[in-house]
Ligand binder design. Structure first.
Ligand code: FES
Length: 170
């Protein structure tokens, strides 16, 4: 069976082949995961944050997603380094990331949404761990965070359905 390759632009392909800031960041201040290992679409963001200035000094990622997810995650790390958490929260949306990467095939929009969902989850976790949410952070999850949750719930449901009967019983 032949598969038609997706029309990725050269920037996406380049970042997919040579992603920037890939790998674990040992001295990360915060680590957040989005996606589900059961379906393979999983991303981890590592952020090193200056506690005084709240500037993201370093950002790295690991991704087990597709080319679009790897490329969008890579460009997210480049876009946020040097920004404050507040500016990152306000400026980084899946639309902006998709634009920055030169566009994605519409069936791949969710891969960029997942990357931004993981980033926003990391920022929310940073403040939750400190026990104080800033006034600029909405109480309700953003679109990207909601989408990440939905993908995780769907993947969990599917992986349970696909488990052999004997594994399901206690
Ligand atoms: S991350 Fe799942 S298809 Fe791209």
């Amino acid at each position: 069976m032949s598969r038609i390759p997706l029309p990725y632009n050269s920037k996406v392909m380049d970042l997919f082949r040579n992603p920037k800031n890939l790998g674990k960041l040992e001295d990360a201040t915060i680590v957040a995961v989005a996606g589900n290992p059961a379906c393979g679409d999983m991303i981890t963001f590592y952020l090193k944050i200056n506690q005084q200035t709240q500037i993201i000094e370093k950002a790295q990622f690991e991704s087990y997603g597709c080319a679009a997810n790897i490329a969008t995650s890579s460009i997210v790390t480049e876009m946020i380094m040097g920004l404050t958490l507040e500016a990152t929260w306000a400026d980084i949306t899946w639309q902006k990331v998709t634009e920055e990467i030169g566009g994605l095939p519409s069936v791949k929009f969710h891969c960029g949404v997942l990357a931004v969902g993981a980033l926003k989850r990391a920022i929310r976790k940073y403040f939750n761990d400190q026990g104080s949410e800033p006034v600029w952070m909405p109480k309700e999850n953003t679109f990207e965070e909601k989408q990440a949750l939905e993908e995780e719930e769907l993947a969990n449901t599917l992986s349970k359905r696909l488990k052999p009967e004997e594994e399901k019983s206690p």
